[in-house]
Design a protein around this ligand. Structure first.
Ligand SMILES: *Cc1c(COP(=O)(O)O)cnc(C)c1O
Length: 802
């Protein structure tokens, strides 16, 4: 066990060594870096022991390939998981240093856009905490997701220089670097033994260098590895690229998270990125497997590779390439092993997000990959002939017309395809991937997403955590299912009061943050109504806004209207090239400006749009939320995870029956969630019958007409262009996400929220019931299901103990 004294001693030594100064003279930045080094030194022994044990035990390991990871800040998470949070807090206190000030200087590791990357990071935390042998594999971007600012209500994107002050958690492993090959010409040549070998001409060779970060398990001595690859120019190639400009082209490969794919160069870089971390990752896995000295046919007993969304789908042809070209396996064995090793998660049914690459680009960037994909496709068609009708085979081919379909590649090349919530997985089987479901019914399964309760409750909400400790004991910290114990206190007024007070404390803290960052003063007694997620038309932030405009108009008409004061809180980034989403940001900001300054409504409404939504901001907002807005059009949100984080913190969900909202309803019961809107079946019926007309609703519903007209009649200042664009999307282009159809149902649900909040006792009870049932959505549970059903991996030493 590490003592406070030892930590202080090491911290002081590190500050001395790095900065030549005393702890008392150091800035929070200097203390953070030195404390990070101290902490890393503490878990390094466990880290070393963990990977050695995996080798000695020959544990089967999973490698989670994801183009995004979104861990956020790691200091407090590492301290919590090491069981050192309180000791370190006290140690710093002795020197009048507040741990919060030190933790705050850490830059968010934001190598992801939103839910997808955050899920990958929750899984990393859970794999380690469950003692499961799981590794992350991704890209070390020099710049993370852009920093968002608002200027005149518009989103402005600034570069996220997260590495500026160095990254204390990573270890650069030069000795584990591998080369990745691009471009040129590849042709096959017969060897003396009759085998075909690819010969490469004029290719480009880049060096992939791994940066490893320890993923510390929750108080179990396990530390797994997240390996992120950075690009460099190999020494052998340096003569080739003499000028800085020439070098820059290649060194930019891992520069940014999401190259602008509205132009050819951006698309080319994105494809090169995908191959980069795939090839580097698989080479290092095979290098490791070779060290085990086992026969090739055992590969799938020792290695599982997970394809998180389609971006790493090249894992399939890359493993084939290595097994064929470098390990001399025959096609049949290589293919059999590849399918057994690979598994794939689908994250979306939105057509525009199902990746496909033009053939000419693949031929140019990764020619050998394209050759292998062609052969996989050819053999796929052959193997299905006489079993399935030709049109079905054609619809499921990997290569269709000018394109390579990455989801098809991932499904055909793996043994498991899963969706991320029951509803989503059912839709995959019945609609989106129905053709594949006919061919491979046994490959389809569901794994509902989950969240790391450690970060989203223990770290983000210490106040609530303490109430839980004192009410139901501490076992929930290790086993979130034990949150269920709270249900016994649903009528205990003392407990309800304490929960309410914990919430109030967090609301006051958020109000303070809001005032500091925006100047807007909000009332902690008001309902805090929260919608935080990427800005996307299908998530329908606009529906939320239309309801706000309605409340505003109602209040102007009747200032005595008896509604609970409400603060609507938004956090959302729009993709830089997504102009429609940016227009919605502008309009929300202008409506906020208008309403927040209108004294006639006496602070009954406030709108706060906090800039730069990220993991850290989520940790500030979520504990303070009363209402969780999960209002996507039914069938469009694959799962959602902010819905889970918010319920865990006692927010009450207003939701459509979409994604995991359905399972949240099943967990808490109809009385403890506020459901509205079309069902997925009703949405599909509209598609089928093609009988939706937003214009008809607009013309026949005077309330809706009046609200929409504010977008174009000058009621809301400064939105000439954007107001028109949004109005047109709803009326001229027939409201793709059925906002007008769901509007009245949404308003009724909102009225219910208002009434429920007036009955404070009932509200508190609903809140408690939500917390009590949130253990259901632990990422620990989810990764255990992946481990058992898909990856067939076991916790360290599980076999020995049995
Ligand atoms: C949880 C989380 C998300 C995902 O939110 P959804 O509402 O599920 O889309 C996105 N970004 C951040 C920073 C998160 O923490």
């Amino acid at each position: 066990m590490v003592t406070k004294k030892q930590i202080v001693k090491e911290l002081k030594r590190n500050i001395q060594q790095s900065y030549a100064m005393e702890l008392e003279d150091a800035t929070p930045q200097e203390i953070f870096y030195s404390l990070g080094k101290t902490i890393k030194a503490i878990y390094n022994q466990d880290w070393q022991k963990t990977w050695k044990d995996y080798i000695i035990e020959e544990q089967k390991q999973v490698y989670y390939f994801s183009i995004e990871f979104l861990p956020g800040k790691m200091l407090k998470s590492n301290l919590l998981n090491l069981g050192l949070l309180e000791i370190v807090r006290e140690a710093l206190n002795d020197y009048n240093i507040d741990l919060e000030d030190v933790a705050a200087v850490e830059k968010d590791m934001a190598l992801g856009n939103g839910g997808l990357g955050r899920l990958a990071s929750c899984f990393m935390d859970s794999l380690a905490s469950c003692g499961l042998p799981g590794n992350g594999n991704g890209i070390r971007y020099d710049y993370g997701l852009f920093k968002q600012q608002f200027v005149d209500g518009y989103q402005v994107e600034l570069p996220d220089e997260w590495l500026q002050d160095g990254n204390v958690w990573e270890i650069r492993r030069e000795s584990k670097a591998v080369n990745v090959h691009y471009g040129g010409k590849v042709y096959m040549e017969k060897q003396a033994n009759g085998q075909l070998k690819p010969i490469y001409e004029n290719e480009i060779v880049l060096k992939a260098v791994p940066y490893d970060t320890g993923m510390v398990g929750y108080q179990n001595g396990i530390v797994n590895t997240m390996r992120l690859w950075g690009v460099e120019i190999p020494v052998s190639q340096e003569g080739k690229y003499r000028t800085i400009e020439e070098r820059r082209v290649f060194e930019d490969l891992t520069a940014v998270l999401y190259p602008d794919d509205s132009n050819e160069t951006g698309r080319l870089i994105r494809l090169a990125q995908e191959y980069f971390f795939v090839s580097a990752g698989i080479q290092s896995i095979i290098r490791y497997y070779r060290k085990l000295n086992r026969p090739w046919h055992d590969l799938s007993e020792k290695v599982a590779i997970h394809i998180n969304d389609t971006h790493p789908a090249l894992c399939v042809p890359e493993l084939m390439r290595i097994l064929l070209d470098e390990c001399d396996l025959n096609w049949e064995l290589a293919w059999d092993l590849t399918v057994k090793v690979m598994s794939y998660t689908n994250h979306t049914i939105l057509a525009e997000a199902l990746e496909k690459w033009p053939i000419y680009l693949l031929e140019r960037v990764v020619p050998r990959m394209y050759q292998i994909i062609q052969e996989i496709d050819r053999r796929y068609v052959l193997s299905m002939q006489n079993i399935h009708p030709n049109d079905l085979i054609e619809r499921t081919r990997i290569i269709q017309g000018e394109y390579v379909h990455m989801a098809n590649l991932a499904i055909i090349g793996s043994h498991s395809t899963n969706g991320v919530a029951k509803l989503h997985s059912d839709l995959l089987k019945s609609v989106v991937l129905h053709d594949f479901y006919i061919i491979y019914p046994e490959r389809f399964n569901n794994k509902t997403n989950g969240i790391a309760q450690r970060r989203w409750l223990q770290i983000a909400n210490e106040e609530l955590s303490q109430v839980l400790d004192e009410t139901i004991g501490k076992t929930w910290r290790k086993d979130p299912a034990d949150l269920k114990l709270l249900i016994n206190y649903q009528d205990d007024e003392a407990v309800l009061k304490r929960l309410f007070e914990a919430k109030k404390t967090k609301k006051i803290a958020l109000a303070q943050y809001v005032e500091e960052t925006t100047g807007i003063v909000i009332n902690p007694e008001a309902i805090f109504d929260v919608q935080i997620k990427r800005l996307h038309a299908y998530k329908r932030q606009l529906l939320n806004l239309l309801h706000i405009i309605k409340l505003y108009l109602d209040l102007l008409e009747n200032p005595k209207l008896d509604i609970e004061p409400r603060v609507f809180i938004f956090g959302a980034k729009a993709a830089p090239s997504y102009t429609y989403a940016k227009s919605i940001i502008k309009v929300i900001n202008e409506v906020a400006q208008l309403i927040n300054h209108d004294e006639r409504i006496q602070d009954k409404l406030k709108i706060v749009f906090l800039a730069n939504y990220n993991v850290t901001l989520a940790e500030i907002i979520i504990p303070a939320a009363d209402v969780s807005e999960q209002i996507s059009l039914a069938s469009k949100e694959a799962s959602g995870t902010s819905n889970m984080k918010l319920m865990l913190n006692g927010a009450i969900t207003i939701a459509t029956l979409d994604g995991a909202n359905v399972e949240i309803r099943d967990a808490v019961g109809d009385d403890n969630i506020d459901i509205f809107g079309l069902t997925e079946a009703e949405v599909y019926a509209y598609y089928e019958n093609k009988n939706y007309s937003s214009n008809q609703i607009y013309e026949n519903d005077p309330v809706i007409k009046r609200i929409l007209d504010t977008l174009i009649d000058g009621t809301i200042p400064n939105i000439g262009k954007e107001g028109r664009e949004i109005f047109d999307s709803l009326i001229l282009y027939n409201d793709e996400y059925f906002l007008l159809r769901d509007f009245n149902s949404y308003c009724e649900a909102q009225t219910k929220i208002d009434l429920a909040y007036k009955d404070r006792k009932r509200w508190e009870k609903i809140s408690l019931i939500n917390i009590a049932n949130a253990g259901h959505f632990s990422a620990d549970t989810t990764v255990k299901q992946y481990a058992e059903d898909i990856w067939q991996i076991e916790p360290l030493f599980a076999r020995k103990r049995k």
